[in-house]
Structure formats: structure tokens, C-alpha cells
Design a protein around this ligand. Structure first.
Ligand code: GLN
Length: 241
């Protein structure tokens, strides 16, 4: 068995250790004897998204989000939609998550028209939402408690039929108002959780891997790992927040 992972826009969307999520996925597969390849596709890369099982998109500041718009609308946007509709697993964080929606309008009124894959919009607020936070995933997203670090000005609102990834337990999440965090549609997961999020949330990391393996091979037997260190980190942050 093998999973092919893509880190999309690592040159511009890679804040607060987001790239560590890739290392975590690589390790959790290797420890189980499952092969893994990782391709990094920066702005302008001619490599297509076809053939990838899991695509990771990290966060970036407003400026970086504007920088990649041209590349996105040159064809990457269509590829992302095609892959997502085909069931490819996506983990998208903060700026990358906002990018999956219709648009992001900054606090000073600059509008980035994004992909429109997920029925959500984001509008910048004056006060940034910053700090460690935690949320509980919906049952369809595994039900685990995820701890992370959020830092965004954008307030994201989901359309009526889009399910959140979870419910905020402490912190702000999508907008600091309606108690929702992130979004989950098909195998696309969006969240505000930087950190990197996966090393200290092993249940969520395994949910992504199991989903990708299941889609590719029709089965996903993930051997249990010794997650003592990962869970100690998780519990420590959980208790502090
Ligand atoms: N620029 C976006 C915001 O501030 C995303 C920031 C991020 O990815 N951390 O809302």
C-alpha cells in the first residue's frame, strides 16, 4: 500500500509549523510499513493534482493569499474541485481553508475571489482571533477533541448545507460567534488549527490516513501506534486552554 501526498503552495502557505503536518502523516504511515511519497507544488508548478491521495494546504497571510490568486485561477482551482469531487482527502488550514470558499474580503476591503468549492465566505474583522483553542469534531469527523493554535482576522460563515468540522470548546473557531469550527464536506477538511495540528492530535491524523486508504484500497487497517508522547502533548494543551 502507498499514499501519495501533495503539499500545495508550500512556498506561500506554510505558517506556524503547518509543514509539520506532512512530517506527521509520513511518519504515521512509515511506522506502519505503508509507503508514502510527498510532492511539493509551489506557485507555477506544472505538476497536475491527478494521482494524489491526500492534498495539504497550509495557512498564509492576506498578502500571500492575494499572491497565489493568479495561479489558482489559471487552472489549479479547477483541479482542486475535480480532485475533491473525486473523494481525494484535503486538509486545509486557515488561509488554505478560507481559499476553499467563495471569497475572503480583508478588513480594509480587498476582496480575493476564491475557489467556491465549499459554501462559505470569510470577512476580515478588526480584532484578530489569536490563541490556543480546542474543538470537538462532529461524529462524522471522528468525534475527537482537537487542540490547536488560531490566528486569523477572517470570520468565516458556512452556508446552510455545509457541515462544520466541529464545535468550539474554548477559543473562537470560525467566527467567535456561532460556536462552529472549520468545515467538512466529502473528504475535504478545513480548520483554523495551526500548530502544526496533527502531531498532537493523532486521532485526527489517523482519520485522514484511514479515509485516504479506504478510498484507494477499499479498506484501512491502521495498526495502533504508541501515542503516549502525542497524547501527553494533547492533554497538556487541552488542560491549559
Ligand atoms: N489571512 C487570513 C486571516 O487573517 C489567514 C491567516 C492565517 O492563515 N493564519 O484571516
Amino acid at each position: 500500500m502507498e499514499l501519495n501526498i501533495c503539499h500545495l503552495y508550500p512556498d506561500v502557505l506554510n505558517l506556524y509549523g503547518d509543514g509539520g503536518n506532512i512530517l506527521c502523516l509520513q511518519k504515521r504511515l512509515a511506522w506502519r510499513g505503508i509507503d508514502v511519497s510527498v510532492a511539493r507544488l509551489p506557485i507555477g508548478s506544472p505538476t497536475s493534482l491527478s494521482g494524489f491521495d491526500l492534498v495539504f494546504i497550509g495557512g498564509g497571510q492576506d498578502f500571500e493569499q492575494q499572491v497565489l490568486l493568479e495561479d489558482l485561477h489559471r487552472g489549479r482551482s479547477r483541479e482542486i474541485c475535480a480532485a475533491a469531487n473525486d473523494g481525494v482527502v484535503f486538509l486545509t488550514i486557515c488561509g488554505g481553508y478560507q481559499m476553499m470558499g467563495h471569497y475572503y474580503e480583508t478588513f480594509d476591503g480587498k476582496r480575493c475571489d476564491f475557489i467556491g468549492l465549499l459554501d462559505l465566505v470569510t470577512v476580515g474583522a478588526k480584532e484578530r482571533m489569536i490563541g490556543n483553542y480546542k474543538f470537538r469534531c462532529t461524529p462524522e469527523a471522528g468525534g475527537s477533541v482537537v487542540v490547536g493554535f488560531e490566528n486569523h482576522s477572517g470570520k468565516t460563515r458556512l452556508g446552510p448545507s455545509l457541515r462544520p468540522l466541529g464545535t468550539v470548546l474554548a477559543g473562537r473557531g470560525n467566527n467567535g460567534e456561532d460556536g462552529t469550527e472549520g468545515a467538512h464536506w466529502k473528504n475535504v477538511f478545513g480548520t483554523y488549527s495551526h500548530g502544526p495540528m496533527l502531531p498532537k492530535n493523532p486521532a485526527f491524523a489517523d482519520l485522514l490516513l484511514a479515509t485516504a486508504l479506504e478510498r484507494k484500497y477499499g479498506r484501512a487497517e491502521l495498526q495502533p501506534l504508541d501515542d503516549a508522547a502525542e497524547l501527553a502533548a494533547h492533554d497538556e494543551i487541552c488542560a491549559r486552554v
